[in-house]
Design a protein around this ligand. Structure first.
Ligand code: PMT
Length: 231
């Protein structure tokens, strides 16, 4: 049986992938299925938390019971929902795969092939939501006790620098916990199982052995639980 140790904890979780529109029928997207974010939501809810999920594109058949779901498509919409809702959360988890860039121009009509061949797509940078949430906490816009958790999707393996990239990302983003996933070669995105490392801003590093995304969620939430009681 799961512990009922997150009773009353208000948790805001982003899940799935963003889709950055090019025209009415095309977008730039990624392979996130939302499985890891939904597993976090499901397990947190079963452990008593009050959960809101802000979901981009997902491949999940049903929504977790007892969880509020807010739908978004693009990174800018995700940014707005997360920023507003973080003020009412004790824990914020950014498991969504967010596009770093979006097309500058969104065509109102379907882009034609054209006689000249493909036109280049000009991109602009999306807001870094995780970093902004940490800054909002630093500036007192959200409560100082809010626990902020990020994910990192890195290609390579342990020797190929996944962990080093993760450590650098933890410092750069300034969140309390960072879940590092090795991706590429069919790993993590869209799979049933996941593996990785849990890096804490206090310097501790825990390997998360391969297991279901629910098991992964439980391990992450165990660590989150210790931080909530600290705050
Ligand atoms: O959804 P699944 O199919 O289950 O797959 C799970 C997963 C692999 C998508 C998930 O475990 C995961 O790793 N999610 C984060 C993927 C990601 O976007 O990583 P990143 O290294 O690009 O971003 C680092 C962190 O910053 C993430 O917490 C991300 O949500 C956040 N971010 C990124 C870009 C941006 N503009 N704003 C952000 O807040």
């Amino acid at each position: 049986a799961l512990p009922y140790d997150l009773h009353g904890v208000r948790m805001l979780i982003s899940a799935g992938g963003t889709r950055e529109p090019l025209d009415p029928v095309r977008y730039l997207g990624n392979l996130s299925s939302g499985k890891q974010g939904y597993a976090l939501a499901r397990v947190a809810s079963q452990r008593g938390a009050q959960v809101t999920v802000v979901a981009g594109a997902t491949a999940e058949p049903g929504d977790p019971a007892g969880v509020e779901i807010v739908r978004i498509a693009q990174a800018t919409q995700l940014a707005e929902e997360m920023t507003t809702r973080a003020a009412d959360a004790d824990v914020v988890i950014m498991s969504a795969a967010v596009a770093d860039f979006r097309p500058v121009a969104v065509s109102g009509s379907k882009i034609k092939k054209g006689a000249q061949g493909p036109a280049p797509i000009e991109l602009t940078t999306n807001p870094d939501i995780l970093r902004s949430l940490v800054q909002a906490r630093d500036n007192g816009h959200i409560h100082s006790s809010t626990v902020i958790v990020g994910f990192a999707a890195e290609t390579g393996d342990e020797t190929g620098g996944v962990l080093d990239h993760g450590r650098a990302k933890l410092r750069r983003k300034g969140c309390d916990l960072l879940v590092v996933n090795a991706v590429g070669d069919g790993k993590a995105f869209g799979t049933e199982d996941n593996t990785g490392w849990l890096l804490s801003s206090d310097g501790s590093e825990t390997a998360l052995p391969l297991g279901s995304k629910s098991l992964m969620a439980s391990r992450i939430l165990d660590e989150v639980r210790t931080l909530v009681s600290d705050g």
